[in-house]
Design a protein around this ligand. Structure first.
Ligand code: FMN
Length: 212
């Protein structure tokens, strides 16, 4: 398959660095609202990159569930491949791609598990089927067939038939605490705009323009 002739030009308005707030969280929230208004179907989907203890990088999509000045929160199985990589390295990066706006946001930072109370509160809001699924799936482990999952789901359905589904201890949230957030806007002739914020030890943000 030869894709070398396939390309589109990004004819979008450029960024004015002077108009960018000193607070990257507020810029993220504004860009997120733009992506939602622009019709992105899951603007909260983001690619999470981790490095495993052998130094191998891995990436996969997860859903952003909360964002504020303290960081970007998503939920998963703590025993999954990503969970083990995150617990071992304490670091991750996140990439949002909003195709329709020709925008990308890249976040890098340290990672911590959210509190049990925070995970409980989010778990309680999930549909019951998803709650049961969290018990049924030993995420990232090999299974012989889909039937294994169907059987496990039947087991947990029976176990919780007369009560609320509690959160498994091995399922919960991680918070990526950003030390770097980059906003990228596609521009004509591949001369894209990039504005990158870096957090200092004193938790203040500085802002630079990067070459595309
Ligand atoms: C749009 C989309 C959203 C997803 N959201 C999540 C999520 O929030 N949490 C999660 O654990 N997996 C989510 N997944 C599945 C992950 O991409 C991945 O397959 C799974 O978590 C196993 O990853 P791992 O084996 O690297 O740990 C999502 C996948 C897609 C395509």
């Amino acid at each position: 398959m030869d894709l070398s002739d396939q390309r589109i030009s990004y004819e979008t308005e450029g960024l004015d660095p002077a108009a960018f707030s000193a607070d990257p969280t507020s810029v993220f929230e504004e860009w997120f609202a733009n992506a939602q208004a622009g019709g992105e179907s899951e603007p909260y989907a983001m690619v999470l990159a981790t490095v495993d203890p052998d130094g191998w990088p891995h990436s996969r999509t997860v859903l952003l569930r909360q964002v504020d000045a303290s960081g970007f929160v998503f939920y998963t199985n703590y025993r999954s491949a990503k969970g083990r990589a995150l617990d071992a390295s304490g670091r991750a990066s996140l990439t949002f791609l909003w195709h329709g706006l020709h925008r990308q946001v890249h976040v890098a930072g340290e990672v911590e598990r959210v509190s049990a109370e925070e995970s409980d509160a989010y778990f309680a809001k999930r549909p019951r089927e998803s709650q049961l699924g969290a018990w049924a799936s030993e995420q990232s482990t090999e299974i012989e067939s889909r039937q294994v999952l169907v059987d496990r789901l039947a087991e947990v359905e029976a176990r919780f038939s007369d009560r609320e589904v509690e959160r498994p201890e091995h399922w919960g949230g991680y918070r990526v605490i950003p030390h770097r957030i980059e906003f990228w806007q596609g521009q004509p002739s591949r001369l894209h705009d990039r504005i990158c914020y870096t957090r200092s030890e004193e938790a203040t943000w500085s802002k630079v323009i990067l070459s595309p």
